[in-house]
Structure formats: C-alpha cells, structure tokens
Design a protein around this ligand. Structure first.
Ligand code: NDP
Ligand code: ZN
Length: 179
C-alpha cells in the first residue's frame, strides 16, 4: 500500500506539467489512476506490482524518467513492466503502432494487463472526452487499432477483455467503429 501511494506521488510529480488531449486539458495523472482503478476494481487484480506499473506506465515514455530510476525506486519487475509498455519515440508513429500489434503477444503477463487497461481507458476517453479536433474517422481508426492490439493478448484476463469489448462496442452505434 505504501509503495502504491509512493508511485501515485511519483507519477503525479513527473506528469505535473502535462495534460491530456481532451478539450478541457484534464490533468495527465487522471489517466494512470484510471488504469489502476480498472485493473483493481473492474478486473479484481490484486498484484500490487501490476497496479504500481499501471500508475507509472507513461513515465518513461512521456517524462524524463528512466527505467533505471524506476528499478531503483520500485524494483526490477515494475521497471521491466513499464519498459515493456513504453514505445520507442525515435520511431515514426506508424511504426510504433505496428510494433505494438507485433509485440503484444510476447510481453509479460503483467505488461499485458497494463496494456489492456490502457487501451480500455483510452477508448473510454475517446467516447467521453476525445482529443480535440479528432474526426469520427480518426476515432474509428484508433478504436480498430486498439482492438488489433488487444486481439493479440487475448487469454490474459477474461473479465478485463470483456470490459474492453464492451467499451469497443459502445463505439459502434455512434458510427465510430466498423464491427
Ligand atoms: P496519438 O498517438 O497522437 O494520440 C492518441 C494517444 O494520446 C493515446 O494513445 C493516448 O496515449 C493519448 N491521449 C491523450 N489524451 C487522450 C484522450 N483524451 N483520449 C484518448 N487518448 C488520449 O494519435 P494516434 O493514435 O491517432 O496516432 C497517430 C496516427 O494517427 C498516425 O499513425 C496517423 O496515421 C493517424 N492519423 C490519422 C488521422 C485521421 O484523421 N484519420 C489524422 C492524423 C493522423 P497514452 O495513453 O500513451 O497517453
Ligand atoms: Zn496510457
């Protein structure tokens, strides 16, 4: 529990100047907290290392945090999980998206759980508070790409996959998604 609170404080500090892409520019930290909430309270995930990795999941990708720093503060496994869900930002966006689909089946169980929660939370955000300026077509492309990633990690957690599928289906009636 102490480590989890430590991670929340650490991530809140690292993301303190960042905002999400929605019209209200919500505080960034809401997103990692949403992942941990989905894992713990919708998926019943109790492994504290996975919940902590969820809280920290965007720190390497989006802040000055290194894997070594996470390993020192939170241990080797949490550092590894966060590293596994971190895109290589030196690559083009298209390449990063392709690699997520390619790698999803081969990452650790903990990393698959974090990725599943990340995609679920981002689809929820696109439905409820989308990045400003995104067309319906762009939203649909994102939904379909997220599903391609999740399809590669099926068999990881039945309930959480069902939660993802339910959110994905919500995109269909509004025309965001082609079934
Ligand atoms: P981005 O990767 O730029 O944005 C999506 C990411 O932003 C999410 O994965 C999430 O990442 C983060 N995010 C922050 N705020 C929100 C929010 N409110 N809702 C959801 N996600 C949020 O965009 P794309 O994924 O679209 O990547 C670019 C791709 O889009 C390119 O491959 C390009 O081909 C395509 N494109 C399509 C266009 C179109 O009109 N069809 C136009 C331009 C580009 P995290 O969880 O890591 O924070
Ligand atoms: Zn994320």
């Amino acid at each position: 529990m102490n480590q989890l609170i430590h991670a929340v404080a650490f991530a809140a500090d690292k993301h303190r100047k960042q905002r999400r892409k929605d019209a209200d520019a919500s505080p960034y930290i809401n997103h990692p907290i949403a992942l941990a909430h989905v894992l713990a309270n919708e998926g019943g995930v109790e492994d504290e290392r996975v919940l902590i990795a969820a809280i920290l999941h965007d720190t390497i990708e989006d802040t000055d945090t290194s894997r070594d720093e996470l390993v020192r503060r939170f241990g080797a496994e949490i550092g590894r999980i966060v590293d596994e869900v971190t895109d290589d930002k030196s690559l083009s966006k298209a390449e990063r998206k392709r690699l997520q689909v390619e790698h999803a089946a081969h990452i650790s169980h903990g990393a698959k759980l974090v990725k599943l929660a990340d995609k679920t939370c981002n689809l929820r955000d696109i439905l409820a508070a989308p990045p400003s300026g995104w067309s319906d077509e762009r939203k649909r492309e994102y939904f379909d790409w997220a599903k391609r990633v999740v399809d590669e990690l099926r068999g990881t957690h039945r309930e959480l996959e069902a939660v993802f599928d339910e959110v994905y289906r919500k995109g269909i009636p509004s025309g965001h998604v082609v079934a």
